[in-house]
Design a protein around this ligand. Structure first.
Ligand code: GLC
Length: 541
């Protein structure tokens, strides 16, 4: 399975993209309406977050029926029309498969709870809970009805982990994948897929909330190979990506190397923990450039040398906006947004754009806890208060870290509710929509820079196919790398700070040409001065 490396993926959070019914929730018809916009941007594939029936405890990642559509988003006919409309414009769809767990409202769990032993073996039930901590806080185990047993939930209590050791569970889940594949989708994003392989005997694990006991277990690779074979494996044009929680390079090579027949590529999150105090998310800390640079270089180089393939991204529905985290947005929003874009779009891997990123959207800047709805944020707020933080301190942390930050409505124009909905949006719009919106940005730097980057990946093979080699590794503010392909070389320089910085260009590059940059007047010289958040890519043919 060799992935098409020239493709770019655009992530849509359907709930917040475009509402056509006025109920405050985005829908499939809204996506159909905006396909020309996606076409203009030039993306190849759209990843949709879950739209299946769900009690929405975790915004759709708690699925109660895998083969149907939540009426909030439309119906099957709308879905099929959307796939068709995409096809006509050369845009394919990638669906989110949440196969590590299902909602406790799913009939499998309900039957299990009612005493059906066949379905009880669909879940992970134990007499004695381990010491593992749920990723959303508290114990990872909850009482299984009044049986005296406990069921495992690595996420919310309403998300019960499925027992992949049971062949019947695998069979059911592979059928789910095939059901959607048969509808004409061309890709899948597998939610927390490196957590599906649990050991037979579950042990206490005091390290890192118990993560080592259930993350990247060797059997996970077997399950992925089985799934590949039973579902998408035979279709060379299929694109699959696994969301890998707290993973390693070694495992990501195995998940993504073509001869392994597991997945096309893997997401990892290490680079988005560089502003965590001692690895803890709910803290405030300026990002550590040294750590970020080292992570990018190590992953970039090792994945390159070992033929692994990464999904590259700055934003998704679980992260606050990278712009707010890495850039002085008050002064340099456009420069920062374009520099961040180049730093991954010119690197080795498949770039993912999260909706709104291409117009430089920001965190919403809410004033009150009452504006937040995400289960993880609400739990975290409670825990922060219990730990002794004041309401103000806790709110400041939620503001910086909440997943709601990127889940806010897409900003289309300066009209009511940012042109997202004529009703009341399910999540309040961001404060900046009157100035930052598609209508305004289509004429601006950021949107057009993204367009150019996407087009360049299709034109210049070195971007899609080249090796990754770290460059200027000792710089304290430039993240630089070189790409190499059939005698060509591309050097990408990214200044991660507002202060200007100079560097001496290696001799061979003095004959190079500028491929792309976010300042209009960059020149190639012996010494190059990179201005605030400047990105510059130069090519040697
Ligand atoms: C993934 C999803 C996240 C969800 C979690 C549990 O991390 O991206 O949104 O809450 O899995 O399904």
């Amino acid at each position: 399975m060799v992935v098409d490396k020239s493709k770019v993926v655009y992530q849509i959070y359907p709930k917040s993209f475009k509402d056509t019914t006025g109920n405050g929730i985005g829908d499939f018809r809204g996506i159909i309406e905006k396909i020309p916009y996606l076409k203009e941007l030039g993306v190849d594939m759209v990843w949709l977050n879950p739209f299946y029936p769900s009690p929405q405890r975790d915004n759709g990642y708690d699925i109660s029926d895998y083969k149907a559509i939540n009426p909030l988003f439309g119906d099957m006919a709308d879905f099929e029309e959307m796939i068709e409309a995409g096809k006509e414009q050369g845009i394919e769809f990638m669906l989110d498969m949440v196969l590590n767990h299902c909602s406790i409202e799913h009939e499998w769990f309900q039957k299990a709870l009612a005493g059906d032993e066949y379905y009880q073996d669909f879940f992970i039930l134990r007499e004695e809970p381990t010491d593992w901590v749920s990723k959303f806080g508290g114990s990872a185990w909850a009482p299984f009805g009044d049986t005296g047993k406990y069921y495992l939930h690595l996420f919310d209590e309403s998300q019960a982990d499925l027992n992949w050791r049971n062949p019947q569970v695998r069979k059911e889940l592979f059928q789910v994948v095939n059901f959607w594949k048969d509808k004409g989708v061309k890709g899948f994003r597998f939610d927390v897929i490196n957590l599906i392989g649990k050991d037979e005997v579950l042990e206490n694990c005091p390290i890192n909330d118990g993560k080592p006991a259930y993350t990247d277990r060797p059997i996970t690779h077997d399950y992925l190979q089985m799934m590949n074979k039973a579902t998408f494996g035979a279709d060379e044009s299929f694109m699959t990506v696994g969301e890998m929680s707290s993973t390693t390079i070694e495992n990501c090579v195995l998940y993504s190397a073509p001869d392994r027949n597991e997945l096309s590529m893997a997401f990892n999150f290490h680079h988005l923990k560089v502003d965590y105090e001692e690895g803890q998310k709910w803290t405030l800390k300026a990002f550590d450039f040294e750590e970020l640079k080292t992570l990018f270089h190590t992953w970039g180089q090792e994945m390159s040398e070992q033929n692994g393939w990464s999904a590259l991204f700055w934003n998704n529905h679980d992260q606050p906006r990278a712009l707010n985290r890495f850039v002085d947005v008050k002064q340099f929003r456009s420069e920062g947004a374009t520099m961040l874009a180049a730093s991954i779009h010119l690197s080795r891997g498949t770039p993912y754009i999260y909706m709104g990123e291409e117009i430089g959207m920001l965190d919403p800047d809410y004033d009150s806890m009452a504006d937040y709805v995400d289960v993880e944020s609400l739990n975290a707020y409670r825990i922060l208060l219990a730990e002794g933080k004041s309401e103000e301190e806790a709110l400041a942390i939620i503001k910086a870290k909440s997943r709601d930050n990127t889940r806010i409505p897409m900003q289309w124009d300066a009209s009511l509710n940012a042109g997202f909905s004529t009703g009341t949006p399910w999540l309040k719009v961001g404060k900046s929509y009157q100035t930052i919106n598609v209508e305004a940005e289509q004429k601006g730097l950021i949107f057009n820079f993204y367009k150019e980057l996407i087009a360049l990946r299709k034109k210049e093979k070195i971007i899609a196919e080249g090796n990754y080699v770290p460059a200027f590794v000792d710089s304290q503010q430039i993240y630089a790398f070189e790409r190499q392909y059939q005698g060509q070389k591309l050097l990408v320089l990214n200044n991660f700070y507002a202060d200007a910085v100079s560097l001496t260009l290696p001799e061979e590059y003095r004959e190079a040409q500028v491929l792309i940059g976010n300042y209009a007047d960059s020149k190639i010289d012996e010494s190059i001065c990179l201005r605030a958040y400047e990105t510059l890519a130069i090519i040697l043919r």
